[in-house]
Design a binder for this molecule. Sequence first.
Ligand SMILES: [Zn+2]
Ligand SMILES: [Zn+2]
Length: 285
Amino acid sequence: MTKPDKITDKVRLQDAQALAQGYSPAIRAMEIASIVSFVALEGVLAYKLWSTHHTGPWMLTLAVVLGYLAADFVSGFVHWMGDTWGSTEMPVLGKAFIRPFREHHVDEKAITRHDFVETNGNNCLVSLPVAALAVAVPLNGPGWVFLAAFLGAMIFWVMATNQFHKWSHLDAPPAIIHFLQRVHLILPPDHHRIHHTAPFNQYYCITVGWMNRPLRMIHFFPLMERLITFVTGQLPRQDDIGTEAAQALVAVDDATEVPVLQAAKELLKASTEESAPSVSSRSSP
Ligand SMILES: [Zn+2]
Ligand SMILES: [Zn+2]
């Protein structure tokens, strides 16, 4: 069986300079437009929530905390998608969305050199449909108000995610940021380091990282990868770490699969064996 440290030897990374050059003026213009639209929609939502009599402090606190957890999960899910599937050569998606993920594994300090627009533009863009939905929710009952507040809070934290992520890569963050990292209210550098260890296949959540352990316990991402490979035939991380390392990693995942999956395979095997005699009797002379 291939050991995980052997996979590290096989990992091949793309050229950092070529990846950084993929940041074009058109993408920057799109990012600026996204940030402006995002702030405008969040402003309208905050005004609507402020004006309704259904809003209370407890409801808002709950919406903000649940929104934080949801954003952490979303950050992990989107990060996993960007790290694992597709290639930088894909039209539209490749340059705008996949390139930053690949660049970040090759040159993890590049993010610390990105300005506000490059750091936060992408997350504002992907949050726009949710922002529009939150603004469109009719605020004519506590349930609807909570939903709008939850969606608004979640995308606020989604927007903050790459800023928290960037801070986790700073050598000497400002004192207040360092304090928030130490008490684990935003993504701590030590915690995020686990993701930056090749082959980059765990701890994807980068808002605060609270969801990383629970998701690892239930093998969430390996199970999702199997499902997607089953449906599409794609090899996870092929473009990021190279075919050889990606294949070796799948072999390791297969050997350490979760008990529930092992049980399912046993059941499947048993049912196939039951139907097997009829096939063999036909094929034997
Ligand atoms: Zn990553
Ligand atoms: Zn990082």
